[in-house]
Design a protein around this ligand. Structure first.
Ligand code: PMP
Length: 396
């Protein structure tokens, strides 16, 4: 049965990580993998998570199944974190959701759910977008088309071209938007641009599908959800895939939320029965542990305050590194304008160099990034910043 299977080439990021690990240069830098790292290069467990986990271990009385939707408490707390507790869609009882294994689980469950409602529907994704969007959405049966989003030559958004490409998109199609901290380019929509897209969705009837994997990593918990919240006020129907991997540092615990905003409460109940049936026919029920930690943090004032402080620290470190990068590149005499790095948000930016220059950085300086020159900002630190900037200046 399996003899005819050909082997697929490994994920380029995993290949990069293997080369990085094998490299013996003490100055080596990994800017490939998309996980947050602290100043010492470590991806630690948040204190609030440790504390919630300790309490959970003491209070947990059963390991029985939690059901396809996950717990009511987690769902409610996450809906409020994403939409804001007083959002009109919540007040109108038009929102339903399910706890999922990570943001990836949410994307896949929602894609299968859409495919039931509108088989083979077209979903428009940004060019570029996170590479895994394509299999997660496409393997569920959706057709993928792209809209222009980022211009690598000028390191800026192509908003006019985006609007033009989406101007004919109507009812039955979906448009995937990154809520904040766009992966891979770091360039986010302004509030005016969100307003314009919300009006287009309202007028043309396409369904927004919002991926929020970095809430709190850009400007803050509420600011990062501003566009998403506006969109949910503007349209009848909308989908959100949220991840707790980055903002709670719960990567391997696999925690996310698949959320749907419906036109009315009756459609919401019918839709939720379909969504849960998708889950049942897939992984049946989500894992409990990570989501129980999130529920505990969000529902306890003290833990929540600690978590928000830790989240602020991660965000400020990234924004500080962005500023440091711009200043140090200039100080190292790097040719070109890198000020866009400071204006962008979240874990990633494209440095904007060629694949050949990326190779030189790796070979000559043991600096590792993917060929597109996407860098994971948190891989930088005060101690490697100067080395990095001098290396970049030398290959430009
Ligand atoms: N969407 C985007 C844009 C992402 O970058 C990620 C994580 N890299 C995810 C979704 C999902 O992450 P996870 O499944 O680990 O929660």
């Amino acid at each position: 049965m399996f003899k005819h299977l050909s082997s697929l080439s490994p994920d380029p990021i995993l290949g990069l990580l293997a080369s990085y690990r094998a490299d013996e240069n003490p100055h080596k830098i990994d800017l490939g993998v998309g996980v947050y790292k602290d100043e010492s290069g470590h991806t630690g467990v948040l204190q609030a998570v440790k504390e919630a986990e300790t309490r959970l271990l003491q209070s947990e009385e059963t390991k029985a199944y939690i059901g396809p939707a996950g717990t009511v408490g987690f769902n409610r707390a996450m809906q409020e974190l994403i939409l804001g507790a007083d959002h009109p869609a919540l007040a109108a009882n038009r929102v339903r959701s399910a706890q999922t294994p990570g943001g990836c689980g949410a994307l896949r469950v929602l894609a299968e759910f859409v495919n039931r409602a509108e088989p083979g529907a077209t979903i428009w994704v940004s060019d570029p977008t996170w590479a895994n969007h394509v299999p997660l959405l496409g393997n569920a049966g959706l057709q993928i088309k792209t809209y222009p989003y980022y211009d690598r030559a000028s390191s800026s958004l192509r908003f006019e071209a985006m609007v033009e490409a989406l101007s004919e998109v109507g009812r039955g199609d979906l448009v995937l938007l990154h809520a904040c901290c766009h992966n891979p380019c770091g360039a986010d929509l302004s509030r005016d641009q969100w307003r314009q897209l919300a009006q287009m969705a309202q007028k043309q009837g396409f369904t927004p599908f919002i991926d929020m994997a970095y809430q709190g990593f850009g400007e803050g918990l509420a600011d990062d959800a501003w566009g998403l919240r506006l969109m949910a006020e503007s349209v009848d129907e909308m989908l959100v895939a949220a991840s707790c991997s980055k903002n709670f540092g719960l990567y391997r615990e696999r925690v996310g939320l698949a959320m749907v905003v419906y036109g009315d409460a009756a459609s919401a109940d019918r839709g939720q029965s379909q969504l849960l049936n998708v889950v049942r026919g897939n992984y049946s029920m989500p894992p409990s542990h990570g989501a129980a930690i999130v529920e505990s943090i969000l529902s306890d004032a003290g833990l929540r305050a600690n978590w928000e402080e830790e989240l602020t620290e991660m965000r400020e470190r990234i924004n500080g590194l962005r500023l440091g990068l711009v200043e140090n590149l200039a100080a190292a005499g790097a040719s070109g304008d890198f000020s866009f790095i400071q204006r962008q948000k979240g874990m990633f930016s494209f440095l904007g160099i060629t694949p050949e220059q990326v190779q030189r950085l790796q070979q000559e300086y043991s600096i590792y990034m993917v060929d597109s020159s996407r860098i994971s900002i948190a891989g930088l630190s005060q101690s490697n910043m100067e080395y990095f900037c001098r290396a970049v200046a030398s290959i430009l």
